[in-house]
Ligand binder design. Structure first.
Ligand SMILES: *Cc1c(COP(=O)(O)O)cnc(C)c1O
Length: 220
């Protein structure tokens, strides 16, 4: 099936308030352009250099989201253009993003990545760490970043009950954090395999790759 068809089928299933990030990692610019022609303007990548290369080649009205783990020494390659960084999991990283954003006289929006999966392989902060960060004086002194929500990845499992528990956990953490930090508005959760469940649990932003662009081939 074509990218165009995949996209329109997917969109027809989404409530208006849910934002779709088209995850285009490993895919060629031609595929991204097909999605662009079909009206898609938000793309997610998980490698900074790959995102920067695609950004240079593509129309400038695209919003680029960094959804992967961010190495601090590479923040500078995306700080002039990145629209939202999903995977912020430490104060050190936040400091670097703030510093690079300041150089470009802009504010970079970020999501705090929380660890909701039981798997050890998934990254993220605890809800206590996130709470402490958002309520610290240090955080308030960082003028060139804005934390606008949370992000999480559920366990890689077919157990819908477990996935639902993990998504609900993120939604609850979001509500708890929002009490003191009312500017939080985004809950980024849900991928190709679990986005309907994520939306049921309160997701406002889903990150969908293979469902739009087809399976990824990591051998190249
Ligand atoms: C690759 C990736 C996705 C998209 O995965 P699909 O299963 O292809 O939809 C979503 N979020 C993150 C963080 C990813 O790395």
């Amino acid at each position: 099936m074509s990218i165009n068809t995949n996209l329109s089928q997917l969109r027809s299933q989404l409530p208006d308030e849910v934002t779709l990030v088209a995850v285009s990692k490993t895919k060629p610019v031609a595929d991204l352009m097909e999605a662009y022609e079909a009206g898609q303007r938000i793309f997610g990548e998980n490698k900074i250099q790959e995102m920067a290369e695609k950004q240079q080649q593509m129309p400038k009205d695209i919003q680029w989201h960094m959804i992967g783990n961010v190495q601090r020494n590479k923040v500078k390659y995306m700080s002039s253009f990145v629209d939202l960084i999903h995977g912020v999991d430490s104060v050190k990283l936040l400091n670097e993003i703030n510093k690079q954003a300041e150089k470009h006289q802009r504010t970079i929006s970020c999501l705090l990545q929380l660890k909701i999966a039981q798997e050890d392989t998934k990254f993220g902060m605890t809800s206590e760490d996130a709470y402490a960060l958002l309520n610290s004086d240090h955080f308030k002194s960082l003028k060139n970043i804005s934390i606008v929500g949370v992000m999480g990845m559920a366990s890689f499992t077919n157990n819908a009950t477990q996935i639902k528990e993990e998504f609900t956990d993120l939604k609850n953490t979001f509500e708890r954090l929002k009490k003191n930090t009312p500017e939080l508005e985004i809950i980024s959760m849900g991928m190709s395999g679990d986005f309907p469940l994520a939306i049921e649990c309160g997701s406002t932003m889903i990150r969908v790759g293979s469902r739009i662009f087809g399976a990824r081939n990591y051998t190249n």
